[in-house]
Write a protein that binds this ligand. Structure first.
Ligand code: FES
Length: 128
């Protein structure tokens, strides 16, 4: 099974108008929550959790993206830092199970039915 990557911007603000919570950015808190989900086995084993410094969605708070070879890349923003990890783990499970990475809005966890920032088509291998 191919490698899937969940990118989390660890620099994102905690909320609109609030950069930090308890001395850390919102994205840092979300990253830590997702690592905890991973340790609890709530993320598929083929998901690699990858912290990044920026996803260029800086005017939003808490941005993530999920990607895999030959699948559509999905990107979300405006995620509540302390309350999104479970929904993201559910989305990650759906994403791994999907053939093309496209998860219809109504099938995504409620928290992720809005706030989608990008849906980038996959890079396909050259045709033979
Ligand atoms: S600071 Fe998070 S996307 Fe730029």
């Amino acid at each position: 099974m191919s490698q899937h990557t969940l990118f989390i911007c660890t620099s994102c603000a905690f909320a609109a108008g609030q950069r930090e919570y308890q001395g850390q950015r919102g994205g840092y808190h979300l990253w830590q929550s997702l690592l905890q989900c991973q340790q609890l086995g709530q993320l598929p084993p083929t998901i690699r959790v990858e912290p990044v410094e920026c996803l260029s969605a800086c005017n939003r708070f808490c941005a993530i993206a999920i990607a895999a070879p030959e699948k559509t890349t999905l990107m979300f923003g405006d995620l509540p830092a302390l309350d999104s990890a479970t929904a993201i783990a559910q989305l990650a499970t759906q994403y791994v199970a999907s053939g093309d990475g496209v998860i219809p809005r109504r099938e995504r966890p409620a928290l992720l039915q809005k706030g989608i920032l990008a849906r980038i088509p996959p890079v396909l291998p050259p045709q033979q």
